[in-house]
Design a protein. Structure first.
Length: 243
């Protein structure tokens, strides 16, 4: 099991008179956005948002807009104050884990939901401007998520549409994954893979149709696993053509 991204949040005790949040150490790789880091932050929000009072969600979204634009915000937010000092606060860690190609979340249940959601949002605000906007968009997707916090959520947060095919390579380097799925990895095409350059859309479409015929049951291929492989080819085509 490998830790792909991690966020530490320091929280005041649930019954403390002053509600406080601080950020600890983090490893939030977000290249290309949202990356493993953005997926973790979105996962934290999706996991804890259902138990937050719906009436404070507009305040949370307002906070996100201000942070996204780099504007100062007045504390407290959602009845919690952000601070730098961590003395007297409890440490909570959330992780995105990888085992082979399989991804999973590991959430710490300590603290209250508002603290975890605010911690994820404040962590996103510390990213550079371009990445911050992308990750804030990922968090907005998480706020509106309805369903289990698992593979389908990871697919939605990542922008890759077919949850069953998700793996580390697809999320870590979508371009390289898509080139590999459509067979653009022959020795004469290796420079494309190394440089992460998409082939001409006409070549992508041609390769997609060729490989689709090879795996489609209507053309004699086995039915078992065909739907998954067809979905993978379609997603690879989308990544390389942008549509």
């Amino acid at each position: 099991m490998v830790v792909l991204s991690e966020l530490e949040i320091f929280c005041s005790r649930p019954h403390a008179p002053t509600r406080r949040v601080a950020l600890g150490t983090s490893a939030l790789p977000c290249d290309p956005p949202p990356g493993f880091g953005g997926i973790l932050l979105g996962g934290i929000v999706a996991n804890f948002i259902p138990v937050i009072d719906p009436e404070v969600i507009p305040d949370l979204k307002r906070l996100m807009r201000n942070l996204e634009d780099g504007r100062p915000v007045s504390q407290p937010i959602l009845r919690h104050r952000l601070q730098v000092d961590t003395v007297g606060l409890n440490s909570v860690r959330h992780r995105l884990l990888g085992e082979g190609e399989r991804l999973s979340f590991d959430f710490d249940s300590s603290g209250v939901a508002e603290q975890q959601v605010l911690g994820a949002v404040y962590a996103a605000a510390e990213l550079d401007a371009a990445t911050r906007r992308s990750v804030m968009g990922t968090i907005r997707t998480a706020i509106d998520w309805v369903g289990p916090v698992g593979a389908d959520l990871i697919a939605s947060l990542s922008g890759i549409r077919t949850g069953g095919m998700l793996g580390r390579m697809a999320l870590e380097n979508p371009m390289a994954w898509a080139l590999d799925q459509l067979g653009f990895t022959r020795p004469d095409e290796a420079p494309l893979l190394r440089a992460g350059i998409a082939p001409d859309p006409r070549d992508v479409q041609r390769r997609y149709r060729e490989m689709l015929r090879e795996v489609h049951p209507d053309h004699g291929a086995a039915a078992e696993g065909a739907a998954q492989r067809i979905a993978e080819l379609g997603e690879a085509r989308r990544i390389l053509t942008g549509r």
